[in-house]
Design a protein around this ligand. Structure first.
Ligand code: HEM
Length: 183
């Protein structure tokens, strides 16, 4: 039982309207018009797809970096954060054969993932979900929320990360943009 289990469900129901789905690398995903982010791993029959995941401990972050992240990070669910992005990512076999210290070297020492990301807090709220150990089609489900005024800022962030050495190891990536449906 995963205490922090989260499923992303694509279909014709859900709080978020899917506004675009871009397949950047690897196989595409079936198109859905709505998205929901729900607790648990239970089946959601009658939907187009379901991606299962869980939140987990940090792997590569130092205590100094964690202090900076904690100080600048914003929570999900801010009232003005009506724009979202679900970016499912799979990394290649060559990434997973590396040792932990080699992965940290690429992730932060050479690609500056956390250093770059820190510049975009607190405007962009984020949550990382892991799914490799569940045998899912992706290794990570990355989820972001931001205000309409920060769409360009988010595009700049993903553009910078995609130019890094870390992204040489990404072999499947979908960039799905969503908008919260007013109640
Ligand atoms: C908003 C700014 C961002 C910050 C502050 C940030 C920070 C982080 C941190 C702290 C981790 C966890 C490292 C660890 O396990 O110790 C992480 C992992 C990750 N982030 Fe980001 N990130 C940001 C944006 C993004 C974006 C836009 C994407 C996707 C396009 C992304 C994709 C990932 C992935 C796939 C991982 C897992 C890496 C791995 O374990 O191999 N991040 N990020």
């Amino acid at each position: 039982m995963f205490t922090a289990a989260v499923s992303f469900v694509g279909g014709s129901e859900g709080d978020w309207q899917v506004t675009s789905t871009a397949c950047l690398r690897g196989d595409p995903i079936a198109s859905a018009t709505r998205l929901s982010r729900v607790a648990g791993l239970d089946d959601h029959p009658g939907t187009v797809w379901q991606l299962r995941s869980f939140t987990s401990n940090l792997r590569y972050t130092t205590s100094a970096e964690k202090t900076m992240l904690d100080a600048k990070s914003a929570p999900l669910g801010r009232p003005d954060s009506v724009c979202g992005a679900l970016i499912p990512i799979r990394k290649s076999a060559s990434w997973w054969t590396l040792a932990q210290d080699e992965r940290r070297q690429i992730y932060e020492e050479r690609s500056r993932h956390t250093s770059i990301g820190l510049n975009y807090l607190p405007q962009i709220a984020r949550k990382l979900h892991h799914c490799r150990d569940l045998g899912e089609p992706f290794d990570f489900l990355t989820w972001f929320e931001f205000a309409p005024a920060h769409v360009a800022l988010f595009d700049e962030l993903v553009g910078r990360l995609r130019e890094t050495e870390e992204w040489d190891y990404v072999d499947r990536e979908i960039d799905m943009r969503v908008q919260l449906i007013p109640r």
